[in-house]
Design a protein around this ligand. Structure first.
Ligand code: ATP
Ligand code: MG
Length: 420
């Protein structure tokens, strides 16, 4: 197939047969976020490259390998959003919202771009639903974020038993420094066995060692020191408060001391949503109390999560309502009937019914074949007789039941109502 008829590698066309799943998740995400007081924010598809270097971090895979970065015509370096947190934080600072009524709660549904090796669940363009809170430095805030995501999964009918909410605490910059030291000391012993990236991590950011996806590096994780052993008293207390908050809402979780976010501005809470079947991580988040200051705002606590919508859709357990099909097809034979069909369809559409008629100039037989193909629930055929008598037969396409009705939009609507 030529380039013109082939989508770029790692992208996904969301076709009409699948789109109802995206609409369903996005609708639920917006509805639930609204009830928790998270207001939607839409930020540009591209930002200054520097924003992501600062916020996502120079030592991360995203910044080092995965960004779509380009110079615009004036030579400014711009980058397609690889994630939503940085842009939301930037906009909150720039607009002054971060200095207004706190906590500020924002949510977004946004396309993200990462140059990664495409595979199942991993695309170069994908969609995140994210929620962020600014100005609340409490375990309760983190509990609320988890509750919001849990609500969404519950509404999607994903049973608790099929995924894990894994949580951890990576402490504060002070207690984490001790941990980084211990981790470096541990890994130095295996330095010659680590991959090139991990060598780099050992020097610049040892916590990222735990994130390496190379199987040979993974084996050393098992006996590595555990961050929870290094949490200072206030950080332990914060984590205990987080856990008891989840307990009080009956939200199931597992502590996994290997989850890390290896940057200085991440603090305390981190978590991941993981499918039990295949280990797919379909969402992640945590607290990042240092970020707003790092980006030039006043020091403000912050916490949030991002879910991968394509990954949620790929979960076999997620339940979606069936795609909608037309309520009624009105076929017309001849000019007078065709014009009446168009009028009736217009009236029905105005009343909220999905109605279709011929716009191609087909024979009645071909019109009915089309009605069948597009899954119309009901059909009507109008010819000169029906135009004359102002009545017609409505047919239920599934049960083949028929009934005669007066030919006006109101009576047609009554005849096809689901409870009739
Ligand atoms: P992974 O470990 O799978 O690479 P990540 O740590 O890079 O994920 P985050 O930066 O935490 O992912 O992004 C949050 C969520 O966005 C992920 O949990 C996932 O659901 C989704 N996501 C991230 N990268 C991709 C991608 N390339 N394709 C599809 N979804 C993605
Ligand atoms: Mg990644």
């Amino acid at each position: 197939m030529g380039l013109i008829t082939k989508a770029p590698r790692g992208t996904l066309d969301k076709l009409p047969g699948e789109i109802h799943k995206y609409q369903h998740i996005e609708g639920l995400a917006r509805e639930i976020s609204g009830r928790y007081g998270y207001r939607e924010i839409r930020t540009p598809v591209f930002e200054h490259t520097e924003l992501f270097k600062r916020s996502v971090g120079d030592t991360t895979d995203i910044v080092q390998k995965e960004m779509y970065t380009f110079d615009d015509k004036k030579g400014r370096s711009l980058t397609l959003k690889p994630e939503g947190t940085a842009s939301a934080a930037r906009a909150a600072i720039e607009s002054g919202l971060i200095n207004d009524a706190l906590p500020l709660k924002l949510c977004y549904i946004t396309n993200c771009y990462r140059y990664e090796a495409p595979q199942s669940g991993r695309y170069r363009e994908f969609t995140q639903f994210g929620a962020e809170v600014y100005g609340a430095n409490t375990p309760t805030c983190d509990v609320e974020l988890i509750a919001l995501a849990y609500d969404l999964f519950t509404r999607l009918r994903i049973p608790d038993e099929r995924y894990k909410i894994e949580i951890n605490s990576i402490g504060c910059p002070e207690c984490r420094a001790e941990y980084q030291k211990a981790l470096r000391e541990y890994y130095v012993g295996f330095a010659d066995k680590l991959c090139g990236d991990c060598h780099e991590r050992l020097n610049r950011n040892p916590m990222r060692l735990l994130d390496c996806k190379v199987p040979n590096c993974g084996q050393f994780k098992e006996n590595a020191p555990t961050i929870l052993d290094y949490n200072c008293d206030p950080c332990r207390e914060f984590f205990a408060g987080f856990k008891s908050g989840l307990d009080s809402l009956d939200i199931p979780y597992t502590v996994n001391a290997r989850i890390v976010r290896g940057l200085d501005y991440y603090t305390n809470t981190v978590f991941e949503f993981v499918a039990k079947d295949n280990g797919l991580v379909f969402g992640a988040g945590g607290r990042y109390n240092g970020l707003i200051k790092e980006l030039g705002g006043n020091a403000t606590a912050a916490s949030g999560f991002a879910l991968g919508i394509e990954r949620i859709i790929s979960l076999p357990e997620a339940v979606f309502p069936p795609p909608e099909t037309p309520d009624i097809y009105i076929a017309g034979l001849g000019e007078a009937a065709g014009s009446l069909a168009l009028k009736l369809v217009q009236g029905l559409r105005g009343a909220g019914v999905w109605a279709e008629c011929d716009i191609v100039g087909r024979s009645v037989k071909a019109q009915m074949r089309y009605a069948d193909k597009i899954g119309a629930r009901f059909s009507v055929v109008i010819g000169d007789n029906e135009v004359e008598s102002k009545t017609a037969v409505v047919k239920n396409m599934q049960t083949k039941e028929t009934r005669e009705v007066a030919l006006d939009s109101f009576n047609l609507m009554k005849a096809i109502l689901p409870f009739e």
